[in-house]
Write a protein that binds this ligand. Structure first.
Ligand code: MRU
Length: 348
């Protein structure tokens, strides 16, 4: 994969958001050019753009583009912005980065004293959100490295690599920053049923970066841990609640339980934009449920289940904070009690 491309970026001349179409990977590297909030919402819903930080950055650019491309001014422009926020916010419910980015864009709009400069102000804010993502992920990489030793085996789930953010990713940032510093890790990527982000995206981006990656089916994690090949489980996160419960791709909590059984540390990497102090615990996090066809039909030439069978397809699950060894943020490695360490990091 060509590292000169960001996963999501702004082409201001054309007035479009440019994003890698992740549904086409690993077979083709294609780019989307999207200019309207409904188009960006649809791309997020269909997982063409996915991963909590990438969704947040895409929403910020979408909000800016709604202002930039609006053919109206005055009250009609404010109405267009209100609608843009609502449209983008309706794309997916779980990753808090989406709402965090939109609220930040709206605050920036409301606080602009000079209405003439509103468009420029929104562009600057969206670009800051993008730049902060790159810087935060790099910092997470550096802090995450302090928990690892050269040559360690790392098990990761779903895709929390560069494709889930702008450039470095979260869970895979220590691997990339480590590689820049000469460290060599062995990564085990779970394929991540039902949407196969581990197989399609993590295996793809790590292979392209020359990182040692082994793909396993989700039900092979215990075997790999028992073999002694995993020194740390590292995942990303879509929302961290105030008490340190973490919500991530379905299957994450099972890995945390397994890691505890084998006395393997379970680390979560997340920028502070993923920390939601307004959500007290994981029980309050809305869990997206997706179409059952993703389980029974999407990857098979013929349906893999009897027609009409009931299917439950939750996209995320919550890992209780008691199973989380540390949360790695851009402000350092946070440990329990998370209610205190998260609040401290968020407000520092
Ligand atoms: O449904 P997805 O593919 O958007 O799920 C993504 C994840 O669960 C990632 O682990 C998460 O966004 C981590 S952020 C780098």
């Amino acid at each position: 994969m060509n590292r000169e491309y960001d996963t999501v970026s702004l082409d201001d001349e054309r007035g479009v958001l440019v994003a890698i179409d992740q549904t086409k990977l690993p077979n083709a590297l294609e780019f989307l050019a999207l200019s309207t909030p409904p188009d960006i919402r649809d791309a997020i819903r269909s997982l063409q753009i996915r991963g909590a930080p990438a969704i947040g950055v895409a929403a910020a650019f979408g909000y800016y583009l709604a202002a930039r491309n609006a053919a109206v001014s005055g009250d009609a422009l404010w109405e267009a912005l209100r609608e843009a926020k609502q449209t983008l916010a309706s794309s997916r419910p779980t990753a808090v980065n989406l709402f965090w980015a939109l609220e930040r864009m709206e605050r920036s709009a409301f606080s602009c004293p000079d209405r003439q400069n509103l468009i420029q102000r929104l562009k600057a804010e969206a670009v800051s959100i993008r730049d902060e993502d790159v810087a935060s992920c790099r910092a997470i990489g550096g802090y995450g490295l302090t928990l690892l030793k050269d040559g360690d085996g790392i098990l990761t789930h779903c895709n929390a690599g560069r494709l889930a953010a702008v450039r470095y990713g979260t869970a895979l940032a220590p691997v990339y920053v480590g590689a820049e510093r000469g460290a060599r890790f062995k990564v085990y990527a779970t394929e991540t049923r039902p949407l196969m982000q581990g197989a399609r995206l993590t295996a793809y981006e790590l292979s392209a970066a020359g990182i040692d990656v082994t793909l396993i089916c989700d039900n092979m994690a215990s075997r790999v841990m028992r073999n002694g090949w995993v020194r740390a489980v590292i995942t990303g996160c879509d929302r961290v609640a105030a008490n340190g419960d973490v919500c991530n791709k379905i299957g994450t909590s099972a890995l945390a339980v397994l890691a505890a059984h084998y006395s393997i540390p379970f680390y979560v990497c997340a920028p502070l934009s993923t920390v939601d102090l307004r959500t007290a615990s994981g029980d309050e996090i809305p869990i997206e449920e997706r179409d059952g066809g993703e389980v029974s039909e999407m990857w098979f030439q013929k349906p893999s289940a009897p027609a009409g069978v009931k299917i439950y397809n939750p996209s995320f699950d919550v890992t209780p904070h008691s199973l989380v060894s540390a949360i790695v943020t851009e402000r350092g490695v946070l440990r329990a009690p998370y209610a205190e360490s998260l609040r401290g990091a968020k407000h520092s």
